[in-house]
Design a protein around this ligand. Structure first.
Ligand code: SAM
Length: 282
């Protein structure tokens, strides 16, 4: 019986060779070859109940999740990887692989079913970099049903989510994410931990849902305003808001009521100040 983890470099190489596989750039494929990283990532992801994974690849992280969770559901878009996963994950009877584009699946229904059966549902994945943000926003839309999302992303994206006001990386992504979640960077993953090695480092970040975030507001509308405020970073908040509202007087009046100086820039404001501004606008 095979005793090496899938994420051990020699085993990954053997699997890729045996199936004649080459990582497909178009699907953002970089396979983790670091057993310590996959183990830590899985253990820190709050995997007590069911875990949803996006993009299992050849099963490196899936295996570590299977050892910790009651149940794992993994969505993979690449049909060529299904026979590989059936082979590599054969020893684990708590893993379900679904051949589907995660952005197309009925994930809300799946979450409801998993929650009923396993009590808690969390997400853990090494995300394909070309769809990191749409995948995350899809999960964000599931609301409080997903208390923890633990994902590996490019370092730059992780920095943007975790940035605080006045940081150079602070922007719309930071405010949108931090309105709904406490966001922590867990650890950095160097390029050499992947096969093939990407040029940039990655980071594992964890989103912990704020159970008290006000969801009575129209989130899409609020997020549109956030985008507009950061649209041109060099412009003052007044100029960005004026453009968004197409009304100079209204923009002036709203900023005054919200107690925000016209000359400041969106990157100086914290999440609460931007939320207050939205409240006045509404
Ligand atoms: N989890 C594996 C690992 O850590 O070694 C592979 C991670 S690799 C960065 C991203 C994976 O996501 C690939 O297996 C890729 O085929 C898959 N993928 C890409 N787009 C996807 C989509 N829209 N839905 C589901 N899986 C997708």
């Amino acid at each position: 019986m095979e005793t090496r983890m899938i994420a051990v470099p020699s085993r990954t190489k053997e699997i890729l060779d045996r199936y004649g596989l080459r990582a497909k750039k178009g699907f953002g494929q970089n396979f983790l070859v670091d057993p310590v990283i996959v183990t830590r990532c899985a253990e820190m992801s709050h995997p007590e109940g069911a875990v949803i994974e996006i993009g299992p690849g050849i099963g490196s992280l899936t295996e570590a999740l299977a050892k910790n969770a009651q149940h794992v559901i993994a969505y993979e878009i690449d049909a060529g990887l299904i026979p590989v996963l059936q082979d590599t994950l054969a020893p684990y009877d708590n893993v379900e692989i679904i051949l589907q584009d995660f952005l197309e699946c009925d994930v809300a229904d799946q979450v409801k079913r998993l929650k009923e059966e396993y009590g808690q549902v969390t997400v853990c994945a090494n995300l394909p970099y070309y769809i990191t943000t749409p995948v995350l926003f899809r999960i964000f839309s599931l609301g409080n049903d997903i208390p923890y999302i633990t994902v590996m992303v490019q370092k730059e994206v992780g920095n943007r989510f975790a940035a605080r006001p006045n940081d150079p990386d602070y922007g719309a992504l930071s405010v949108q994410g931090q309105y709904l979640y406490n966001i922590r960077k867990l650890f950095t993953v160097p390029g050499r931990s992947f096969n093939p090695s990407p040029k940039v480092d990655s980071v594992i970040i964890q989103f912990e849902r704020k159970q008290d975030a006000d969801l009575t507001i129209d989130l899409d509308d609020f997020f549109n305003l956030i985008h507009a405020l950061f649209k041109q970073r060099r412009k003052t908040i007044y100029n960005n808001l004026r453009e968004y509202l197409k009304d100079a007087d209204k923009a002036k009046q709203i900023l005054e009521q919200a107690g925000i100086p016209e000359g400041c820039r969106a990157q100086e404001l914290d999440v609460k100040q931007i939320r207050d501004l939205y409240e006045v606008l509404r």
